[in-house]
Each structure stands twice: as C-alpha cells, then as structure tokens.
Design a protein around this ligand. Structure first.
Ligand code: SAH
Length: 227
C-alpha cells in the first residue's frame, strides 16, 4: 500500500503542468482516495490535478481539500472528494466518451470527468451556480466541458446519445429521458433514493435485456428538483 501510494505521488508530480500541481491535491488523493481503495490511475491523476479550491466559495478555500462536502451557494454542496472519485471510477471512462452530468453545480466534478472523457455536458438547475462554473472552467482553460442551466431531468437531447450519464443529485429512479439518451451498452451512475434518507449509489448498465443494476455504496446527496 505504501509503495503504491508512493508511485502515485511520483506520477502525479510528473503531471504537474508548469509546476502548478497542488500538494494539497496529492495529499488528498493519497489519504482519502487511494487509501479507500480507488485504484484507477487515471482517476487518481484527475483528482490530483483539478484545483478544488477554485470551485468552492471564498470562505471555504482553506478547507477545499478536506474529507467532506462543502457549500457552493444556493443551499447546494460540492461532493466529498472520495465520492467524486468513486463515481468517476464507476463510470469506467477510457478517454473517448461523451458524458452527461446532471447537477453540475460548481463544475468541479465536471472538470474531473473532463480529464477522463472526450466531451462532458453538464446541466445545472441554478443559473447562478452555472454562471460561476462557466467562468471558473474558462479561467482554468478547460475546453471540453460544456455547461448550461436547465432541468437535467430532461437530459440534453441535442447532444445525445451519451456513452455515460452521471447524476450528482438523488432521484428515486433514473429519469426516462436519461435512459433514452444513454447509448446501448453505456452506464449511468446515480444516487438512488429519497432526499433526507440514506441513498444507494448505483450503476445501471443499458443492455438489450434492459437495465442491469449494481449497488456500489451508501451515500447522501441533495435531491434532484423539478423547476
Ligand atoms: N457535481 C456538483 C455537485 C453539485 S450538488 C459539483 O461538483 O459541484 C447537486 C446539484 O444538482 C445542485 O447544484 C442542484 O442545484 C442540482 N440539481 C438539482 N436538481 C436538478 C435538476 N433537475 N437539473 C439540474 N440540476 C439539478
């Protein structure tokens, strides 16, 4: 375990672009993510390289790399780093995919997914959060993450089909429009359940026999809301 963490740390140091890699990101990956069993090297590198402090509200910048969710405004939260990594790993991204995120909020998870897939499309219900996310991603030079404000329940038909879909807000089941917009063989990862209760993080694979579901983890997400 120690050797693995060391190897990851070295590869992340190599990843530093112009010396910008944040030591706090590397420590976060080692202590919170690799230590909890996330093995996908691309996920670990993505988590170490996205500057999480850029996505949180100013008063929380010093806490950005802590092992917990943080407020991003409008009563919403940026997920705990480990959960973002767990979802990223569950999406099985290899680099060529078109991914849809429902509930892109601060844009943090979308930026992580953007390092793992070809194109990321994010929908956020709160225009204020979306505006801020668009600005942060532009300031970081991220070009393959496309965000818009709107109701993610409806998906993004103009950009469908998607190889993978991720919900960053909880719903009792995968909304029908999202199932329609998922390509055959693709996967959806979502917190399934009611608001205010323990939810199950599930991976749903679209097969010709219908949905194949696996339960991955117990989680607590804000609910998917309808406008
Ligand atoms: N992935 C985000 C997490 C944001 S929390 C991040 O990294 O910051 C989940 C988000 O889902 C909230 O911002 C909330 O406003 C949004 N949301 C809730 N219902 C939604 C809907 N119907 N469509 C789009 N976004 C929704």
């Amino acid at each position: 375990m120690k050797a693995l963490a060391g190897a990851i740390l070295v590869s992340m140091t190599c990843l530093a672009q112009g010396g910008t890699a944040d030591l706090r990101g590397q420590t976060m990956v080692r202590d919170q993510i690799a230590a909890r069993g996330i093995r996908d090297r691309r996920v670990l590198e993505a988590m170490a390289s996205v500057p999480r402090h850029e996505f949180v509200l100013a008063p929380f910048r010093d806490s950005a790399y802590e092992d917990r969710p943080l407020p991003i405004g409008r009563g919403q939260t940026i997920s705990q780093p480990y959960i973002v990594a767990r979802m990223a790993e569950a999406l099985e991204l290899k680099g060529k995919e078109r991914l849809l995120e429902v509930g892109s909020g601060s844009g943090y998870a979308a930026a992580v997914f953007g390092r793992l897939a070809a194109e990321v499309y994010g929908i956020e219900l709160e225009p204020e959060l979306n505006d801020r996310a668009v600005k942060v991603l532009a300031s970081l030079g991220v070009r393959n993450v496309h965000l818009r404000a709107g109701d993610g329940f409806q998906g993004w038909p103009a950009q469908a089909p998607f190889d993978a879909i991720v919900l960053s807000c909880a719903a009792p089941e995968l909304p029908a429009p999202l199932w329609e917009q998922l390509r055959m063989g693709g996967v959806a990862v979502m917190p399934e359940g009611e608001a205010g209760r323990v939810q199950r993080l599930v991976r749903i694979r679209k097969t010709i026999q219908g949905p194949r579901k696996e339960v991955l983890e117990l989680v607590a997400f804000v609910p998917l809301r309808r406008p």
